[in-house]
Design a protein around this ligand. Structure first.
Ligand SMILES: O=C(O)CCC(=O)C(=O)O
Ligand SMILES: [Fe+2]
Length: 282
C-alpha cells in the first residue's frame, strides 16, 4: 500500500471521527499533508472500520473479525450446506468471489418469485435523504424486501446460506428480490455503506457494515443481465438456481468489489440478494 498510517495518525483520525468530522474533511486533511488520495482512502476505510468495530464491542455487540467464507479446504466440487448439496463452480481470490451452482432448487426460485411478485415497487436506495430513501436512478429494477425468516422458504434459504458461508443467520438482512425488465440494469456500485456519507454512522448502528453479498439467480434471462465486476473484468452469467457470493473486508474500492447488473437484453431477470452484516441485524 506504500504508506502505512502511523499510530499518531490513527489516533488523530479516530479523534476526528469521534468529534463528528466528516470522512471527506478527514480525507482532505490527509491529502493536504501529502498523502496520495487512493492510499489515504484505503487507510481511512481501515481505521474507520476497526474503530467502528471497537465501538460496537464496547457497546456489547458481538462483531466478528472474520468474513463470511465457504469451507473450500480440499477443493471440494460440492459442499453440503445444511439441507442441500451446492456446487462450487468458480472461485476468485481478489475480489473475493465464489460462484455456486444449484444453491436453490428451481421450485425454490419459482416460489420466491411467486411470493414477491405482488409486493414489488420501483427500487429504492437505503436512506439517501434524511427523510428516508429515494428512488435511485442507478437501479432501474423493481424490488421488495422480505423480513428475515418471514416464511418457511426464507428461513430455509437463510439457514442454508448461514451454513454455507459460516455466518450467523442473525447477521443477515432479509432477502431482497429484484426484477429487471428488458433494458433494466443496476449501474456499478459497492454494497457497503459509504464511509464518507453523512447517514452512514447511523445506518451502522443497526448491524454494522455489510461485509458480504449473495446474489441468487431466480431465472435465466434469455440474453444479458450478467453480474459484472469491472475491476477484474469478470462477468457472471445469470443462471437459475446459481448464486454469486462476494465479500469485502473494508468499505473501500481496494476490495475490487465494485459490481453491476448488466442491462437485460431479452426476457426478464429475477434475483434474490442477501446482505451479510458484521453484527446482529435486528
Ligand atoms: O442483479 C445483479 O446481478 C446484481 C444485484 C446487486 O448488485 C445487488 O442486489 O446489490
Ligand atoms: Fe450490489
Amino acid at each position: 500500500m506504500g504508506q502505512a498510517a502511523s499510530p499518531e495518525l490513527c489516533r488523530w483520525i479516530i479523534e476526528q471521527i469521534r468529534a463528528g468530522v466528516s470522512g471527506d474533511k478527514i480525507l482532505a486533511a490527509m491529502v493536504q499533508s501529502g498523502w496520495d488520495e487512493k492510499v489515504a482512502r484505503t487507510a481511512f476505510a481501515q481505521i474507520f472500520q476497526s474503530h467502528q468495530k471497537d465501538e460496537a464491542r464496547r457497546a456489547g455487540k458481538a462483531f466478528t473479525d472474520s468474513l463470511p467464507e465457504p469451507d473450500l479446504a480440499g477443493q471440494p466440487s460440492v459442499i453440503r450446506a445444511l439441507d442441500r448439496d451446492v456446487k462450487v463452480l468458480m472461485t476468485l481470490a481478489h475480489p473475493r468471489v465464489v460462484l455456486f451452482g444449484d444453491l436453490l432448487s428451481h421450485e425454490e426460485c419459482d416460489a420466491l418469485i411467486a411470493q414477491s411478485r405482488d409486493r414489488l415497487s420501483r427500487s429504492e436506495t437505503v436512506a439517501v435523504k434524511v427523510d428516508g430513501s429515494e428512488v435511485n436512478t442507478a437501479r432501474t429494477s423493481d424490488g421488495m424486501f422480505f423480513e428475515r425468516g418471514e416464511s418457511e422458504l426464507c428461513a430455509r434459504i437463510e439457514a442454508r446460506l448461514a451454513a454455507l458461508l459460516h455466518w450467523p443467520v442473525e447477521n443477515g438482512e432479509g432477502l431482497q428480490v429484484l426484477r429487471y425488465q428488458p433494458g433494466a440494469e443496476y449501474l456499478p456500485h459497492y454494497d457497503y455503506f459509504d464511509p464518507y456519507h453523512a447517514s452512514t454512522p447511523s445506518i451502522l448502528q443497526r448491524g454494522g457494515q455489510r461485509v458480504g453479498t449473495v446474489v441468487m439467480y431466480l431465472n435465466t434471462p434469455r440474453r444479458g443481465g450478467g453480474t459484472i465486476f469491472p475491476d477484474s473484468r469478470l462477468e457472471i452469467a445469470p443462471v437459475k438456481g446459481n448464486a454469486v457470493f462476494f465479500s469485502y473486508g473494508q468499505p473501500d474500492p481496494s476490495t475490487l468489489s465494485l459490481h453491476a447488473g448488466a442491462p437485460v437484453l431479452e426476457g426478464e431477470k429475477w434475483v434474490a440478494t442477501k446482505w451479510l452484516r458484521q453484527g446482529l441485524f435486528e
